[in-house]
Design a protein around this ligand. Structure first.
Ligand code: SF4
Ligand code: SF4
Length: 341
C-alpha cells in the first residue's frame, strides 16, 4: 500500500490506518486475525488507547514478531503525572512493546484543559520525560474542539493531531488541514464514518484521500471491513459527479445531526450531558453492549427532562438540531439498545 509521511514525525505510514475501538467487539482470536489481515494488506498504523477495553491487548498479540514494522498510536487521558506514567506502563505492557511511536494527550477539549497540560508539572512535561526515556517517540494531541486544535497545531509542541473529519463533519477541510500543512503536523482523521453513522465506506474513504496529509482511521471490526477499505485505497479515489451528488444528499440528511463532541453547548441548565446523548447511537454501533457503560443510562434519563429551552442550540457552532436529535437518540435507545443490554 502507498505510504505518506506523518508530518514532522517523519514516520512513513500507510495511506489509511486502523482505528482500534471496534476491535473490542469480535471474540479475541477473531480480532487478532482481523488485525493480522490488515497488516498483511499493508496497513502499518494502528490507533488505540488503554481506555478502549482490551483493544491494546488484542493489538499486542497481533503485532508480536513484527513490532518494528508497525506505527502504534496510543493515548493518555491526563489526570495527574502519576496516573499518566502508570497509564503509559500499562500501554507498553498490553501492547507487548518497549516503545510507543505516537503518544497522544487525549481529548483536550477546552482551553482550560489545554492550558493545564502546558503547566510545569502538566501532561506535556510528562510526555517529554517519556520522550527522553525512549518510551515514547513522538507526542501528539487529540481534541474535538477546532479552537484548541488550531492552537495546538500552531504551538509547535505537537507533531501529530487527531481530529474528527469526514465528508459531513468537514470543518477541518478549510480550518485545519491547511494549518497542519503549514506547520508540518501529521493529521490523523478520527470518525471517518462519523462513528458508524455514515454507511458509505467507499465515499467516506475517497473523500478523505483527497487530502494528502490526512491519514483516515476507519474503525475496523471484520476482515470484510478491512478488505473493502483497502480496495478503495488501491483503486481510483477520484470523486465523480455522482459521488458528489451522493455526498450532497447525505449532508442534507445528516448534516444537522452529527455531533463533533466539542462541548460548546455545555452547560445545560438542566444538567443534561448533551454530547454523550447526541452520540448514543454511534457509541452503540462502535462499542456494542460490551462497551455500553451504566452511566450512559443516567445520561439518557437526564436527557428525558429536556424542556426545549433552546440554549444549547444557540451555543452550538455547527448549528445542530440538538433538541430533535436528543429525542431521536432517546428513541433509538428505547428501540434498539434497551433490550439488548
Ligand atoms: S434545550 Fe434541552 S438540552 Fe438544550 S439546554 Fe435546554 S434543556 Fe438543555
Ligand atoms: S451539540 Fe454542537 S456544541 Fe454540543 S458537542 Fe455537539 S457539536 Fe459541539
Amino acid at each position: 500500500m502507498e505510504t505518506v509521511r506523518l508530518g514532522k514525525t517523519g514516520l512513513m505510514v500507510s495511506r489509511v490506518g486502523m482505528g482500534g475501538i471496534p476491535l473490542i467487539r469480535p471474540p479475541f482470536n477473531r480480532a487478532v486475525k482481523v488485525i493480522t489481515r490488515a497488516l498483511d494488506l499493508g496497513i502499518n498504523l494502528i490507533d488505540t488507547s488503554p481506555g478502549y477495553d482490551d483493544s491494546e491487548v488484542r493489538i499486542g498479540k497481533a503485532i508480536a514478531g513484527r513490532r518494528d514494522d508497525i506505527v502504534i498510536v496510543t493515548k493518555t487521558r491526563w489526570s495527574s503525572k502519576k496516573q499518566a506514567l502508570k497509564g503509559l506502563e500499562i500501554s507498553l505492557r498490553q501492547l507487548n512493546t518497549y516503545y510507543i511511536d505516537v503518544w497522544l494527550l487525549q481529548n483536550v477539549s477546552t482551553f482550560e484543559a489545554y492550558e493545564m497540560l502546558l503547566q510545569p508539572d502538566g501532561a506535556l512535561s510528562v510526555a517529554r520525560e517519556a520522550l527522553e526515556s525512549g518510551k515514547v517517540l513522538h507526542i501528539g494531541i487529540s481534541t474535538h474542539s477546532m479552537a484548541v486544535a488550531q492552537k495546538a497545531v500552531a504551538s509547535g509542541f505537537f507533531e501529530v493531531i487527531m481530529f474528527p473529519f469526514n465528508f459531513v463533519t468537514n470543518h477541518a477541510e478549510e480550518q485545519l488541514v491547511p494549518l497542519t500543512n503549514k506547520h508540518d503536523v501529521g493529521f490523523l482523521a478520527m470518525k471517518p464514518f462519523a462513528g458508524g453513522q455514515l454507511a458509505e465506506a467507499d465515499l467516506a474513504m475517497k473523500y478523505l484521500l483527497q487530502f494528502n496529509n490526512v491519514v483516515p482511521l476507519p474503525g475496523i471490526e471484520t476482515i470484510e471491513n478491512i478488505e473493502e477499505i483497502v480496495e478503495v485505497v488501491e483503486g481510483s479515489w477520484k470523486l465523480t459527479k455522482q459521488d458528489w451528488q451522493r455526498i450532497e444528499d447525505i449532508r442534507a440528511k445528516q448534516g444537522s445531526k452529527l455531533c463533533m463532541w466539542c462541548e460548546y453547548c455545555k452547560p445545560c441548565p438542566l444538567g443534561i450531558n448533551i454530547p454523550w446523548v447526541m452520540n448514543i447511537e454511534s457509541m452503540w454501533i462502535l462499542w456494542g453492549a460490551k462497551g455500553f457503560r451504566k452511566f450512559f443510562l443516567d445520561f439518557i434519563e437526564q436527557a428525558k427532562t429536556c424542556d426545549r429551552c433552546g440554549e444549547c442550540e444557540e451555543k452550538c457552532p455547527y448549528q445542530l438540531n440538538i433538541m430533535d436529535t436528543l429525542a431521536e437518540q432517546i428513541e433509538f435507545y428505547e428501540r434498539e439498545i434497551k433490550n439488548n443490554l
